[in-house]
Design a protein around this ligand. Sequence first.
Ligand SMILES: Cc1cc2nc3c(=O)[nH]c(=O)nc-3n(C[C@H](O)[C@H](O)[C@H](O)COP(=O)(O)OP(=O)(O)OC[C@H]3O[C@@H](n4cnc5c(N)ncnc54)[C@H](O)[C@@H]3O)c2cc1C
Length: 240
Amino acid sequence: MTEENKRFTKGIIKKREDLTNDLWKIWIEPEEKLNFVPGQYCTVGYNDIERPYSIVSSPNEDLIELFVELVPKPLGNLTPLLYELNIGSEITLRKKPKGIFKFQSQFKNHIMVSTVTGVAPFVSMIRSLDFNQTDYNIWVFEGASYVDEFGYLNELTSISQKNKKVYFIPTCSRPNDPKNTKWKGKIGRVNEIFNSICNLEKADKENTIIYACGHPDMVSDVSEKYSNKFNFIEEKFWKP
Ligand SMILES: Cc1cc2nc3c(=O)[nH]c(=O)nc-3n(C[C@H](O)[C@H](O)[C@H](O)COP(=O)(O)OP(=O)(O)OC[C@H]3O[C@@H](n4cnc5c(N)ncnc54)[C@H](O)[C@@H]3O)c2cc1C
């Protein structure tokens, strides 16, 4: 076996769902099972270009689910290629998912702040928890410009309705845009509204962790405001 073969495995796209013209989900069947912890990312390759993607699925699922945003050419490199792939297409996967952005089970209160695809690691974490066995308070915040970008609206809403200690708060930052006129939920930028909704002023700081994932400007803003007061971890999806 060559060094290459030891590090990579094949992945076949088994399912695809397009949400908008630049956001889609794919489900990949890895030739060899990927062992990961919810919150970690896998490395996807095609045509010798590789990029990390946070895994949406839980470790119990057979397929690796990803939530991907297209960065159009000429800026984007891998996503314009991935966008053209469909069911049956083959990609590469690094065998070892990585990352330290994991569920921090030592805390009681979990405040998860995301933008669009940044919700991916939080969905994996939530899918992996057994709410009958745990006593966590969990807030999942997701910010988006357009309401059709909330890729897990139904799933997270349903989980929060079934579990009194799970709160899902999607927020739309451009409520006046014609695409968003039917939106009845929260409005405003996620980094500017989450603190008042979960009453951070009164939070038990020692037992609370804030996670921020997605757009680097949102993550930096949350970090600047709260990382010195709260337990805090972050995942920036790109460099500004
Ligand atoms: C740990 C980690 C997890 C990630 N998870 C996801 C995920 O779940 N879903 C996902 O879609 N992406 C995710 N990303 C981003 C992903 O790795 C790629 O960078 C992204 O898909 C763009 O790839 P590309 O090759 O087309 O463009 P790149 O060659 O990577 O980037 C081209 C340029 O676009 C900028 N850029 C990259 N992404 C965006 C964006 N979304 N919006 C605006 N500018 C951007 C880059 O800074 C760069 O200047 C993650 C990144 C990291 C570091």
